[in-house]
Design a protein around this ligand. Structure first.
Ligand code: MEV
Length: 351
């Protein structure tokens, strides 16, 4: 049976996280760190999910779709969360695209990143699941803009359903790839033409809360201090506009300053962890042009802007000495792609 293999980059938010949930613009980009999703349709009404390369003991989970019960049970919280994005994505895809096929799916996830890295892993899983479902049912060209749009929208819907609240930023960025100016009110992810590669480092520390929890914390704060928090969200929106201008003009010093200011507002929103406060301050003391938490916060991802490549290596060493894991030192140009070597895995997938 036909096996589809999809290579999906994860992402960072350069500017605008949290405010983007309230319809402010944001800037995000894919990075060259990938998750592979492989899958095929099966006759049985089951969802079989295998995990490869993830540093967790569960290797296989089987969900019986007739009784909606697990035959093989997920025994870690991370795995349960991975599964909820996959199962929800498949349900949404089947309903929205009116796929009547009664069978199930066998899916393999290959990733070295924990879902709690704050790098959009859940969005990558959602995009990959929807793309897989679309491709297995319709032999469409995923380079076709209307197909990409459907995948981005359904993946966004998946995140909204699992998390309660989600902006289109992560799913749109991962679908289209490259540096993107997000307009959630449309929704659209406009390509930003950056004249030079930015000298960045991207790292993470363990994320102690889920994105849903962190988004809810900001919402609760907004209920308590409506006027002030609305002003802070407006300021983030303005930082994003300035940052877009700085990127286009290649004004990296200004871009760094804007990163620091954006980080300060995220501190005010209460989502920056203690280890990030320390890492960000240390990187700035070491000459970073700017540094900030990236994404939902509570630990998770951070980025720093270096003066040049050598300086970036210095910042990397410092962040690692402080306990962070550095995963990328550049942005990536593309969104998800279809791997052409699917035959390699056909024999490995166990039904
Ligand atoms: C999470 O990667 C980014 C947030 O802005 C949430 C969202 O945009 O859905 C915190």
């Amino acid at each position: 049976m036909n096996v589809i293999s999809i290579k999906i980059p994860v992402k960072i938010t350069l500017f605008g996280e949290h405010a983007v949930v309230y319809n402010k613009p944001a800037i995000a980009s894919t990075i060259p760190v990938f998750i592979n999703i492989l899958g095929r349709s099966i006759k049985e009404k089951k969802l079989i999910i295998e995990f490869n390369d993830i540093n967790i003991p569960t290797k296989k989970v089987v969900l019986d779709k007739i009784t909606n019960t697990y035959v093989l049970v997920p025994n870690e919280i991370y795995i349960s969360r991975f599964i909820s994005y996959i199962a929800t994505g498949l349900d949404i895809c089947k309903n929205e695209l009116q796929i009547t096929d009664e069978g199930g799916y066998e899916i393999r996830i290959e990733s070295t990143l924990p879902i709690g890295a704050g790098l959009g892993t859940s969005a990558a899983i959602s995009v990959g699941t929807i793309a897989l479902c679309v491709l297995l049912s319709y032999n469409k060209d995923v380079e076709d803009p209307s197909i990409r749009k459907i995948i981005a929208l359904l993946a966004w819907k998946t995140e909204q359903k699992v998390q309660g609240m989600a902006s289109p930023m992560d799913t749109f960025t991962i679908t289209y790839g490259g540096l993107r100016y997000i307009k959630p009110w449309i929704p659209e992810a406009e390509y930003i033409n950056s004249p030079n590669q930015l000298n960045i480092i991207v790292g993470y520390t363990p994320k102690k809360f889920t994105t849903a929890e962190l988004v809810k914390n900001v919402k609760n704060l907004k209920v308590k201090e409506e006027k002030i928090i609305e002003k802070l969200l407006d300021i983030i929106g303005e930082i994003v506009e300035e940052a877009r201008d700085a990127i286009i003009k290649n004004d990296v010093e200004r871009l760094g300053t804007l990163m620091n200011v954006n980080h300060g507002v995220l501190e005010a929103l209460g989502i920056v962890s203690l280890d990030h406060s320390y890492i960000i301050k240390t990187l700035i003391a070491a000459g970073a042009l700017g540094a900030k938490t990236s994404g939902a916060g509570g630990g998770g991802a951070f980025i720093a802007l270096a003066k040049n490549k050598i300086h970036a290596t210095l910042l990397k060493n410092i962040a690692e000495a402080l306990g962070a894991r550095i995963v990328a030192m550049e942005l990536y140009e593309k969104g998800f792609i279809i791997n052409n070597d699917s035959s390699r895995v056909l024999k490995d997938l166990i039904v």
